[in-house]
Ligand binder design. Sequence first.
Ligand code: PLP
Length: 373
Amino acid sequence: MTDFLPFTRPTIDEDTIAAVVAVLRSGWITSGPRVAEFERGLADYLGGTRQVRSMTSATGGLEMALKAFGVGAGDEVIVPAMSFAASANVVERLGARAVFADVELRSRNITAAAIEAAITPRTRAIMPVHYSGLAVDMDAVLELAARHGLRVLEDAAHAIGTRHRGRLIGSFGDVASFSFHANKNMTTIEGGALAFADPSLALPLDRERFHGISKDAAGNVDVYSAGGKYNLTDVAAAVGIGQLKRLDEFNARRRELAAHYFARLAPHLPADMLPADGEGHSWHMFAVLIPFTRLQTTRDAFIAQMRERGIGLGIHYPSIPGLTYYRQQGWDPAAFPNSQRIGAETVTLPLFPAMTPADVERVCDAVLDMTKL
Ligand SMILES: *Cc1c(COP(=O)(O)O)cnc(C)c1O
């Protein structure tokens, strides 16, 4: 029996492990020199025109950014109906309302037209999600936002290293939020970062990240807001520094594996079962749609059978308006037909840098065998 192939697995090299051990031995293990170095590294990676703040999760980062925008009770933020629940939850946690817009079927991405149709007098911000590492058409979104006077917070959890028309996500626009959760294209175990250019965001973000604290000119500490606690540790930052060095290599490997999936699957499967490809894609995930009803099976049974063949699959994601909490807020998932279909039919195939071409072959053999009508 071959080894079990999970849908994802981080690649942590020995240099990174040694760097973590060095921090643990250093006498300073929480936010310190490694966090500062990691943030400088991220800012350099993004081209040097952005401020970067790291934090304990992308979820915290999204919430902090919305708060810095002034989003609160009575406000609306437009979120894609197909994303991880965190994209919408952060809006609701601030007492504002997440308003959904449907995505395109193949790209799983929100469009400017769907956003525009969801704008009301209460809309304060737009949250595009670069699903699986394929950039949303940001030129169209930023143009629309400028026309309506809205802020744009990119949920770039899948999109570190993604490019839109040649430009890295997070190197332009308003605010981008990256995730370094263990399953993402690079990791700090748990963690995230915001990239932004607007200097007026720096102070509210710094205060929200650490107890509302600022120092005055004389160096005295005072508290200026009821801030939160989201600072990254130097241990986590040491992991991030090691990961960032290899990010382009990891993403190049992901692109090769995705190309291999297309080469094996595209001749046999209808186009609407496969994800969209595109310039600058960082291939965080390779998610296919399986017509379970037509195959007279269920997703649970399909996943269990793949597991028996030694292959792990993920589900990214159920449509957000179909989740219990959002149904309770009055949302009808059927009003977002593409998200509803993706949510019902999606499975994520294994894709991570340490995979081999033989692994891709094994997954494709199993998928093609199990989708024969
Ligand atoms: C992972 C993820 C998040 C949350 O990231 P954390 O760092 O785990 O908080 C938010 N949005 C999307 C689309 C994600 O995939």
